[in-house]
Design a protein. Structure first.
Length: 235
């Protein structure tokens, strides 16, 4: 009985000694991740949450850990404090797929800066974007532009259904264009101008002048006839 107790006590002492040795043989390891909110886990155990840079104490042996953050792809890493005490880890943003639903055969999508995101047809109706808020515009000739405002990863599908613009009506009988009519300017002297005006007057009023001329001549004739008549000449 005493032997069993001694063996049991020796076993407990040995385990305690191993635990003490392990705790003494531990090393701080620095992780540079560049972003906030990175969770470090080993198996099911959460070791730490790192904001940009963090330090975790590991025993001097290999450890298989996982670094993860919201909207970033997880990174699996093997850490061994005996070979390295600092690790630079890059987590890539997760790319989400958004399906576009539309009955249009083809259309274009632009971002808020006016940069073309892509041309979409029946063979390609998806967007691949990282997390964020997006303000896009769908464009197609002959249709009204459609605003596409959405948040990733909350949005999984987009519906594009632009409104057809009314056809332009044109009146072929109406011509608002004006022709340039050449104008010739003739400079003449004052004497020539008065003579030209006089000629124009006679030409424009020729019938009236003729009537007045006949009347004038007839009046002269009558006057001459009266002057030549003498009473003594009667028989």
């Amino acid at each position: 009985m005493d032997l069993k107790k001694s063996v049991k006590g020796f076993g407990l002492l040995f385990m305690l000694l191993i635990s003490l040795i392990s705790s003494v043989c531990a090393t701080d390891v620095t992780f540079n991740v560049g972003i906030d909110g990175v969770t470090v886990t080993e198996g099911e155990t959460e070791l730490s949450v790192i904001n940009t840079t963090g330090v975790i104490n590991f025993t001097d042996e290999e450890h298989n850990i996982t670094l993860s953050a919201t909207n970033y792809d997880s990174v699996d890493l093997t850490v061994n404090p005996t070979t390295a005490t600092e690790y630079n880890v890059t987590l890539n943003e997760t790319v989400y797929t958004i399906v576009i639903n539309s009955e249009l055969d083809t259309f274009e999508i632009y971002d808020e800066e006016g940069t073309l995101i892509g041309t979409f047809d029946d063979a390609s109706r998806i967007l691949e974007l990282t997390a964020g808020t997006y303000n896009y515009t769908a464009v197609k000739t002959g249709y009204e532009n459609e605003s596409l405002n959405f948040i990733v990863p909350d949005t999984e599908e987009l519906n594009v259904s632009m409104v057809l613009l009314p056809q332009d009506t044109t009146d072929d009988t109406t011509d608002n264009t004006t022709e340039d009519i050449p104008v010739t300017i003739i400079v003449i002297s004052d004497a020539d101008s008065r003579l030209e005006q006089l000629n124009d007057f006679f030409r424009d009023n020729l019938p009236i002048i003729c009537v007045f001329g006949v009347i004038f001549c007839y009046g002269i004739y009558r006057n001459m006839k009266k002057t030549n008549f003498k009473p003594g000449n009667k028989k």
